[in-house]
Every structure is written in C-alpha cells, then in structure tokens.
Write a protein that binds this ligand. Structure first.
Ligand SMILES: C[S@@+](CC[C@H](N)C(=O)[O-])C[C@H]1O[C@@H](n2cnc3c(N)ncnc32)[C@H](O)[C@@H]1O
Length: 208
C-alpha cells in the first residue's frame, strides 16, 4: 500500500485544475475553464472515494476549523464531491446541505445521516441572498461573488484544503481574503497536511 504519512505529490502548480481556477479568478465568465473543471471532476468521480480514503487526515482541516466557527443552526457545503467532509460538518451543525455540480460524484457519496444533498453550481447557488450562516468547502472551487451573495451578515465561510499549496485548487488565503472584499475578517491554521481559513462577513455593508 502507498505510504500515506507524506502528502501526495499532485503536481499542483502545473495541474489543470490550478490553471482553470486561476483563469476563473481572472475572468469569472471563462466558460471553457468552467467546463474544463466540470469535465475533469466528472471523470475523476470513479475512484475518488477510494483515493481520498487512503489520504491520512484528509478532512482534518474541516474538523479543526469548525472548532473555531460560531455555532450555526445550518450550513451549506459547496463542492462536496463524494462527501469527504460532510460527516465532520454534520457532527457539529444540526442541518447540512452538501452540494456539488457533478452527478457522478454525488452518486458515489458517503452515507451521512441527516445531511441533504443537492446538485448545485457555485456560480448560481439555489439559495436566497444573505441567508446562510455558514458555508464550508474542502478543496473546492473558489468563486467569491456567489459566496458573498449568500452568506448572511456576520456569517462565516470555512475554506479548507487537504494539502495546502499542494492542493490543485489552492488559492492562498490572503488572496481569497482580498477577493471577498472589504470588512471580512480571517483567521486560520494548519491541520494534518492541510489548511483551514475561517472568514467572517461584515455585519453591515461598508459605507460607500
Ligand atoms: C477537488 S474536488 C473536492 C471534492 C471534495 N470536497 C473533496 O475534498 O474530496 C472539487 C469538486 O468541485 C466540484 N465542482 C467543480 N466545478 C464546480 C462548479 N461549477 N460548481 C460546483 N461544484 C463544482 C467537482 O465536481 C468536485 O467534486
């Protein structure tokens, strides 16, 4: 069996997902990049659970970040894949809705009692504006506009990666912080091979 003590070398800097994420941060309308991401994860769905199960402490950053988050009555997980972080969220948040765009991923999801599942695109989440107390993602696609739209004033975003900069979809926390906009605060840390960052939305929109 592969040695799981070290993080895997996913060639993150040259990984197609990194390039697509970078393109989307520069131009959120880049349809080809969105399609590329979608296609590649649909193709990776078979075997995703087996691979993640082999990674030591894969979802540890989520567990650690949740210890620092404010109590929330419900949460939305975006880019949930096959639900690697969903059980950890459901252990501390009474109601969890886990979303992903990929049906092949969702069809292979883990069983998490009480969690709801939905097919949803991070570009247009089926959620009202300023309603969500907590959004969580592990190794997700970062699309700040929609996150900022759905989180309620004072709500939180817990963004985690399993392998820090070795994660293909990695975006440095300082960059995410800037992209979320004025008034957001951030704290973060490391857990396992990964990283968590807990962003808190401002209570009121900054003065124009
Ligand atoms: C790196 S995987 C992470 C899956 C899981 N959270 C994990 O850590 O194993 C990225 C996920 O983002 C999903 N994804 C890609 N594009 C998306 C989009 N536009 N909207 C929602 N999810 C998307 C993929 O289907 C995939 O499940």
């Amino acid at each position: 069996m592969e040695d799981t003590l070290d993080p895997p070398d996913l060639k993150a800097e040259a990984h197609p997902s990194r390039r697509f994420q970078e393109r989307l941060l520069r131009n959120p309308e880049d349809r080809e990049a969105w399609q590329g991401l979608r296609r590649s994860y649909d193709e990776m769905a078979e075997g995703w659970r087996e691979w993640t199960d082999d990674q030591r402490g894969y979802e540890l950053p989520v567990r650690e970040g949740l210890r620092r988050a404010r109590p929330a009555e419900w949460a939305v997980e975006i880019c949930c894949g096959t639900g690697e972080a969903t059980a950890a969220i459901a252990e501390v948040v009474p109601r969890v809705v886990a979303c992903d765009l990929s049906l092949p991923m969702l069809r292979r999801r883990v069983d998490v009692p009480g969690a709801g599942w939905a097919v949803a695109d991070v570009r247009s989440l089926p959620l009202g504006t300023a309603r969500v107390p907590l959004v969580v993602s592990l190794n997700g696609v970062f699309h700040p506009t929609e996150i900022v739209r759905v989180i309620r004033p004072g709500g939180q975003l817990l963004w985690c990666t399993s392998f820090r900069a070795g994660t293909p979809l990695y975006v440095p926390p300082e960059r995410m912080h800037r992209l979320l906009g004025e008034g957001w605060t951030a704290e973060g840390g490391h857990a396992g091979h990964g990283e968590w960052t807990l962003f808190t939305a401002p209570y009121a929109a900054p003065e124009a």
